[in-house]
Ligand binder design. Structure first.
Ligand code: ADP
Length: 412
């Protein structure tokens, strides 16, 4: 592409990258208002057997699924870059927007990834060992292979930055606070989208009310939001805290660390692996981390039944706690693979919450309608599909629009 025929860089599409602990999701957004993705894809089961790559366009006309053997994060990232270079070409991209799991105490707003920001992310990479090292490696790979392509960071912690101190402080010796050990909270890009969509669907008054957001996917967390600002959230210093998840334990008795060290010689690393990869639904059921699998086995396998019951109970308990933190509840929103799709789990979570003013409409719930509460319900219960990528795309276009592209600081 010659310089003359090339469209201005800020007119080109934005690529969003959303790296999880065992997956990398990507999407391409040509410029439009609002941005609409033209293709999306995913590398799944990174670090496990049977790593796979898949992409499709929104109509499903172009698609590809491929087994890429058993890849670690580095191999999966290289595969993705090769594919993107062949399929789209780095010159045809305006910028890349990365979901960055934690920006630490200093970085909140979406921003260009500079050398200084990368240094800071490296410094705090022990905050999120499941995510940050892989995200940094991906950024480095793009800097090496496409040095002229601007890269931007969008932080999953930003949504929670206004939480009051009382919600942020962890009850351990105070000296650790100054080292940045506090409740950060995650799923912030998803919560940002939910609040935008809530305002769009229900109006500003509802979005400024007392809201509990429940993002229930493989990772699961809840957030309490008042006046449009997060005031508490279930995840903590790391995403392993809070409610039980597909393979993460959520909150645990801290006495278990010493107990397992003493009785099983368990090291810190083994404990980390257990609570992140071997616990939650998988740990309790001993068969699957996937909620659908467990629901199918509930009648015949007590372990599956207990895992599902524990999941619903702990989420219900957290909704109650957050209603107390908010001083009431106006709106409850479900999102994520489980929150959007499982009528039965939504219903079981809300069982007995009529004292909070939650009146379920089982017909609407069974049909997964946008509003699943009854008209007479004091609390409106909604389903809003999760979309973290569009939040990244909008933020990157806004940065490009702010003419950030012209500033030399953007150049890696
Ligand atoms: P991730 O957090 O990796 O993005 P998802 O948001 O896709 O994950 O959520 C995955 C979870 O959603 C799995 O436990 C899966 O069983 C569950 N799920 C997806 N569809 C359904 C459904 N129709 N009914 C029940 N659970 C579902």
């Amino acid at each position: 592409m010659t310089a003359k025929s090339a469209p201005a860089q800020d007119r080109l599409p934005v690529l969003t990258l959303n790296g999880g602990s065992s997956s990398i999701k990507f999407a391409l957004y040509p410029r439009s208002n609002p941005p609409k993705r033209s293709l999306q894809g995913k590398i799944d089961r990174i670090g496990l057997s049977g790593t796979s790559f898949a992409f499709h366009d929104p109509a499903g006309n172009q698609h590809e699924t491929r087994n890429i053997a058993d890849s670690d994060h580095a191999a999966a990232s290289r595969f993705l870059l090769d594919w993107l270079e062949r399929r789209i070409g780095f010159d045809a991209l305006g910028a890349i927007g990365h979901r960055i799991v934690n920006g630490g105490a200093r970085h909140h707003e979406p921003q260009p990834i500079t050398g200084a920001l990368l240094d800071e992310l490296r410094r705090i990479s022990a905050y999120a060992p499941e995510h940050l090292p892989a995200e940094i490696a991906m950024i480095d790979l793009f800097r090496e292979r496409a040095p002229r392509l601007p890269q931007m960071a969008c932080f999953d912690t930003a949504f929670h930055r206004h939480m009051p101190r009382v919600a942020k402080i962890l009850p351990i010796p105070r000296r650790y606070q100054s080292a940045g050990v506090e409740r950060y909270g995650f799923h912030g890009l998803s919560y940002t989208h939910l609040m935008e969509e809530l305002a769009r669907a229900a109006g500003a008054k509802a979005a400024l009310g007392k809201v509990v957001l429940a993002h229930l996917g493989n990772g699961a967390s809840l957030a309490a939001v008042r006046d449009g600002k997060g005031i508490d959230t279930s995840m903590g210093f790391t995403p392993a805290a809070g409610v039980p998840m597909s393979t993460r334990s959520g909150d645990l008795d801290p006495g278990l660390v010493a107990y397992f060290a003493q009785t099983e010689n368990m090291t810190a690393q083994q404990f980390h692996k257990m609570v992140n990869h071997e616990s939650g639904l998988l740990g309790v059921s001993e068969t699957s981390s996937d909620l659908r699998d467990l629901q199918q086995k509930e009648d015949t396998d007590i372990r599956a039944a207990e895992a599902v019951a524990m999941f619903c109970y702990q989420i219900r308990k957290t909704i109650g706690a957050f209603a107390a933190a908010l001083g009431g509840l106006d709106t409850l929103v479900f999102t994520g693979g489980i929150g959007e799709n499982s009528a039965e789990i939504r219903s079981r979570i809300c069982e007995g919450l009529d004292f909070l003013g939650i009146g379920f409409d089982e017909m609407r719930n069974a049909a997964s309608e946008p509003v699943v509460s009854a008209d007479v319900s004091r609390v409106t219960v909604r389903i809003i599909p999760a979309d973290e990528d569009i939040v990244i795309a909008k933020a990157v276009f806004a940065l490009l629009d702010a003419n950030a592209i012209l500033q030399p600081i953007l150049r890696p």
